[in-house]
Design a protein around this ligand. Structure first.
Ligand SMILES: Nc1ncnc2c1ncn2[C@@H]1O[C@H](COP(=O)(O)OP(=O)(O)OP(=O)(O)O)[C@@H](O)[C@H]1O
Length: 223
């Protein structure tokens, strides 16, 4: 469980983006982070993943575990070693994480992830959607307890979106936390157990108990 309280962040003296953010994340749940452009969603995710420092507030992790050891952040602009294949990128990452996977095991993993058709091509030649699929595969390879995804579905085709829905739900239900930012209300409605609405530097946390049109109405009235 992760409890965030009174979290504040400014980039410049007069530009406070997070003004005392408060929310709780529990294992087995998917959270969708919604908010207008520039609301601070990426800022919040970067803070949770330890990439960015915050000014004040507390982030408490159950059992006093270190958050940055539990979290994996998938950026909206994933970066890889472009002149290696996706497969060699995955192999490099599994070695860094000491997963001790053989090439055959990694091939099987790529098949399970549905990325075998392009995984041996150089990343420099990948489309946006292929890069995002590879970034999601990295997340499922290293299996973080807390998976943060910054607009992960924007460049995926409908079949890959449906597959990713299934993967994220089953991943969360195995005792993990999934937090993803999205601008798409149907995605939030379909996936989220709870909605985190970021507005004016504060979070409103609500259960996803709405129909899709009610959620749209709620979000459009709140943000
Ligand atoms: N490194 C930085 N230095 C200064 N200002 C920044 C920096 N990064 C982000 N900001 C500002 O902080 C605000 C929040 O940005 P952030 O990227 O967190 O928003 P967001 O909710 O993810 O937006 P979007 O939905 O458009 O992706 C914006 O006003 C942005 O210009």
């Amino acid at each position: 469980m992760i409890q965030v309280a009174d979290l504040k962040k400014s980039y410049r003296a007069k530009m406070e983006i997070l003004k005392g953010v408060q929310f709780t994340l529990e294992p087995n749940n998917i959270y969708c982070l919604l908010g207008r452009n520039g609301a601070g969603k990426t800022t919040l995710m970067k803070i949770l993943s330890g990439i960015l420092a915050y000014d004040s507030g507390t982030i408490i992790v159950k059992d006093n575990k270190k958050l940055n050891e539990l979290v994996h952040y998938v950026s909206e602009k994933p970066n890889f070693l472009d002149f290696l294949s996706g497969f060699d990128n995955l192999d490099f990452i599994q070695k860094i994480y000491h997963l001790n996977m053989s090439k055959d095991e990694l091939e099987r993993f790529c098949e399970e992830q549905g990325i075998q058709s392009f995984i041996h091509e150089l990343v420099i030649n990948y489309s946006h959607g292929m890069k995002h699929q590879l970034a999601l595969a990295v997340a499922f390879l290293i299996k973080p307890k807390v998976l943060l995804l910054d607009e992960p579905l924007v460049s995926l085709d409908p079949i890959n979106i449906a597959e990713t829905y299934k993967k994220l739900v089953s991943y969360a239900r195995r005792g993990n936390i999934v937090l993803l930012s999205t601008h798409m209300i149907p995605i939030a409605h379909k996936l989220a157990d709870e909605i985190l609405l970021l507005k004016n530097g504060k979070i409103h946390q609500v259960a996803n108990q709405y129909s899709e049109s009610e959620l749209e109405h709620y979000v459009l009235n709140q943000i």
